[in-house]
Design a protein around this ligand. Structure first.
Ligand SMILES: Cc1cc2nc3c(=O)[nH]c(=O)nc-3n(C[C@H](O)[C@H](O)[C@H](O)COP(=O)(O)O)c2cc1C
Length: 377
């Protein structure tokens, strides 16, 4: 396990180390966030505004970390957020991440703008639990083809990213040119190579145009009607990713989604949003009575962060950049090492707060700093 490596003791250690091995443009792409990066910086910081209020002397000797997401069992509640372009981090790209997720017995969401075809990602890790992310492509035919392929390859849900009608302004990537970054080193958007008229046209002058086409497709001015339509073309559960406002959560419930991933896209889209952990409880209050699972991502860096999110109502947490850091450093092994740090720290956090199972983790274990002197305990 990575914890035996004295320079890679915690998840944040991987960030510094990964920066050291990555190409400048790739690092700019992975680390970038929108505008002044206020939301990005607030995401991890917000977790520290919650104190843990443990129970002691509980029978915690034998603990179980496993839980379910949309009815499927995972060995602990830390899953992989969809992030694009894993081959920027490591030549084995999404295949390495997929094998690591399977090996750690957890869920991976594959980005639709991956550098590996979704079929190949599934094939290298048979039996692994995977969901397929998609933007609401301008071309609905493209979306439908992706859904059919995900179904055929055993993906268990479609995750619709709803916070990206257009890309946030990321200062760090501008010097490299948006599409320029995507085209670097001949890496393409592997899932877009499908046989439809628009793609055939885009390919006329080579793969660079295909990537440009794929990139443009991700920016669409879709509405809730798109989500409702997506529900009509597949039996896969629909999860919406990128909900931060309670009003949008209500609309998601009305649209009949199966899951809500409370997320600010890692601070890469709209700057000035509140950190997800601060909005989680309010969204859970809206979604849970409707039987809708709520997940969270953004700034989860320690096992105690995981415990706080579960205590405030998340069914599971997702992590984005930390997976890329592990991948950049040591491929599959690096991703596994990062996930095992989360598992170990989360297990420790459960022990130290007196929790034997996930069900024992409830809101009485956390207290927002602002309530410290007034809350009835
Ligand atoms: C390099 C990078 C690429 C990303 N690509 C996608 C993507 O293709 N689709 C998507 O829905 N979210 C994408 N995201 C957002 C992540 O899914 C996730 O919301 C975010 O990274 C969580 O925050 P964290 O990195 O602090 O864990 C990306 C994030 C990063 C850092």
């Amino acid at each position: 396990m990575a914890a035996s490596n004295t320079s890679l003791i915690c998840v944040n250690d991987y960030e510094k180390a990964a920066k050291g091995v990555m190409k400048e443009a790739a690092w700019a792409y992975f680390s970038a966030a929108a505008d002044e990066e206020t939301t990005f910086n607030e995401c991890p910081a917000a977790y520290k505004r919650y104190y843990l209020i443990p129970r002691i002397l509980r029978p915690i000797e034998e603990r179980t970390l496993s839980t379910t997401v949309l009815g499927e069992t995972i060995s602990f509640p830390v899953c992989i957020s969809p992030t694009a372009y894993h081959k920027f981090a490591h030549p084995e790209g999404e295949k390495a991440t997929s094998k690591a997720a399977k090996s750690c017995d957890t869920l991976m969401i594959l980005s639709s703008i991956s550098t590996t075809r979704l079929e190949d990602v599934a094939e290298v890790a048979p039996g692994g639990l995977r969901w397929m992310q998609s933007y609401m492509f301008q071309d609905k035919q493209l979306f439908e083809i992706l859904v059919r392929r995900a179904e055929a390859s055993g993906y268990k849900a479609m995750v619709l990213t709803v916070d990206d009608p257009r890309e946030g302004k990321r200062y760090k990537t501008i010097p490299y040119g948006y599409v320029g970054i995507y085209e670097a080193d001949g890496m393409g958007m592997a899932n877009f190579d499908v046989d439809i008229e628009a793609v055939r046209k885009a390919k006329v002058t080579g793969d660079k145009n295909l990537t440009r086409y794929g990139y443009e497709q991700t920016n669409s001015y879709a509405t809730w009607n798109y989500v409702k339509w997506a529900k009509t073309i597949t039996n896969l559960p629909i999860v919406v990713k990128g909900v931060i406002s309670p009003a949008s959560a209500r609309e998601a419930v009305e649209a009949g989604v199966h899951g809500i991933l409370v997320s600010v896209h890692g601070g890469r889209q709209l700057d000035g949003l509140p950190p997800p952990i601060e909005m989680l409880q309010r969204i859970v209050k809206i979604a849970k009575p409707a039987g809708i699972e709520v997940y969270i991502d953004g700034g989860v860096r320690t096992g105690t962060d995981v415990l706080k999110a579960i205590a405030l109502g998340a069914k599971a947490v997702f992590v984005g950049r930390p997976v890329l850091w592990g991948l950049a450093l040591k491929g599959q092994q690096g991703v596994q090492d990062v996930l095992e740090i989360y598992r170990d720290e989360f297990d420790r956090a459960m022990s130290l707060t007196g929790c034997k199972t996930i069900k024992d983790i409830d809101s009485t274990l956390v207290l927002h700093k602002s309530n410290l002197h007034t809350a009835k305990l």
